[in-house]
Design a protein around this ligand. Structure first.
Ligand code: NIG
Ligand code: ZN
Length: 408
């Protein structure tokens, strides 16, 4: 099957020659390569070739699309989601409007524990059907690769159920899916006073089963005051590494929790959230391989202060952006809205934000060799926009659906 897209106004995020970038750092993020008046040929889901219309060769294709006035870019790589959940939590949203904080709701047994209660009452097939519907919805908005976490089971059966649902979605092959094991999301009520007991349960009973059934790619933990301490996080990450589960963790959402430093110490693929950052955290990230992944959707929805994207970019770091799609702190998996948030609230330029949502997002789930740029041999996973005036129109026109077609 050959698909030819021609007369593309601008083909964005192109990589030519044989060298491939694995991520984009600091100042380089302001640069988004592209070809004006371009064509692209996809063969059986892989980018076969592309170039300028003035040099287009004779091509026979099964489908030819005319993209006059339209932009084509690689699909979004959403490297942090909790897309598998049993029910929304709009009552907590109203409680917050009425004055409670996210942390107060969690301390009362709401929040993550609320989701865990619902998840453990929901059967696997319903969980799968609802999650699949959400997956299709974000794909239609341009997401072409996604990471999904467990963490609403908080017991052996519940965690396995979530991870099996994620695996089933992986097997559907709609888009590439990575799974993170996040039993260390909150302490279940019965372990509130017995942290040691829950950590032992994760390490000695859950992890071996998860690894044995090949259910996860990464090990996650919520390193935060009132959740998992630095020492507890370190033990969990060490245990995960014994089963080849690399860390990808929640860090510094509510406080400067030490999450960034412990993530860097264990060579985490990414440390995610980063609302609360200081010079020490930025210093720890410099010279590490760990990708700082910002989740401004959660800061927006919880009305918290935003992540210091400019400081991180100015420090030369490869910033990624992800949605954090979950029923509590960000009930949206829309990467197009995220693009607008990144520009308006994090003061990222459109080019920086697109780099953060494509190649750097791909790197934050180790998919940079197959996703995140337009390069020969990578997946032809593409967003084709409606006719638009320029690249900056995309984040500018927030809330408007400018996606005309998605190819995954
Ligand atoms: N902060 C920890 N976990 C999720 C929220 C989970 C929830 O509230 O259900 C997050 O990344 O924001
Ligand atoms: Zn999260």
């Amino acid at each position: 099957m050959h698909i030819l897209i021609k007369n593309i106004k601008t083909l964005l995020q192109t990589e030519e020659g044989s060298e491939r970038k694995s991520r984009v750092y600091g100042k380089e993020m302001a640069h988004l390569p592209g070809i004006n008046n371009a064509w692209l040929l996809a063969e059986n889901g892989i980018i076969k070739d592309f170039g300028s219309m003035k040099d287009i060769p004779e091509i026979r294709a099964d489908e030819v699309m005319d993209a006059t006035g339209k932009l084509v870019l690689p699909s979004w790589c959403d490297s942090h989601t909790h897309l598998v959940f049993a029910a929304p939590r709009e009552q907590e949203f109203v409680d917050r409007i009425n004055g409670l904080t996210y942390a107060e709701i969690a301390a009362r047994g709401g929040g993550i524990l609320n989701s865990a209660g619902k998840l453990n009452e929901t059967d696997e097939s319903k969980l799968y059907d609802d999650s699949l519907e959400r997956l299709h919805a974000v794909v239609a908005q341009g997401t072409g690769a996604i990471e999904i976490k467990s963490g609403y089971g908080l017991c052996l059966e519940g965690e396995l159920k979530m991870l099996r649902v994620i695996r089933k979605m992986k097997e559907q092959n709609i888009i590439p899916v990575k799974a993170s094991f996040l039993a260390a999301h909150a302490f279940p009520p019965e372990y509130k006073e017995n942290h040691e007991g829950y950590i032992n349960l994760i390490i000695n009973e859950m992890l071996p089963r998860v690894a044995d059934e090949g259910l996860a790619d990464y090990m996650d933990a919520f390193c935060e005051q009132g959740f998992f301490s630095v020492d507890e996080t370190a033990r969990l990450l060490e245990a995960g590494l014994k089963y080849n589960l690399k860390p990808k963790i929640h860090a510094n959402q509510l406080h400067r929790s030490g999450g960034v430093q412990v993530g860097v110490k264990y060579n985490a693929i990414s440390v995610d959230h980063l609302e609360s950052m200081g010079e020490e955290e930025i210093e720890a990230l410099r010279g590490s391989n760990t990708i700082p992944t910002l989740l401004p959707g959660a800061a927006f929805f919880l009305n918290m202060h935003y992540q210091p994207a400019r400081l991180l970019i100015d420090a030369g770091l490869p910033v990624a952006l992800a949605t954090d799609y979950n029923p509590g702190s960000c009930p949206s998996g829309n990467m197009n809205f995220l693009l607008s948030l990144a520009c308006t609230q994090l003061r990222m330029t459109p080019e920086e934000a697109i780099n953060a949502q494509t190649i750097n997002g791909a790197a934050a789930m180790e998919m940079e060799h197959e996703m995140g740029t337009i390069a020969i041999g990578k997946k032809a996973s593409l967003i084709i926009t409606k006719p638009v005036s320029s690249l900056a129109y995309l984040p500018y026109s927030f809330g408007e659906n400018w996606v005309e077609r998605v190819i995954v």
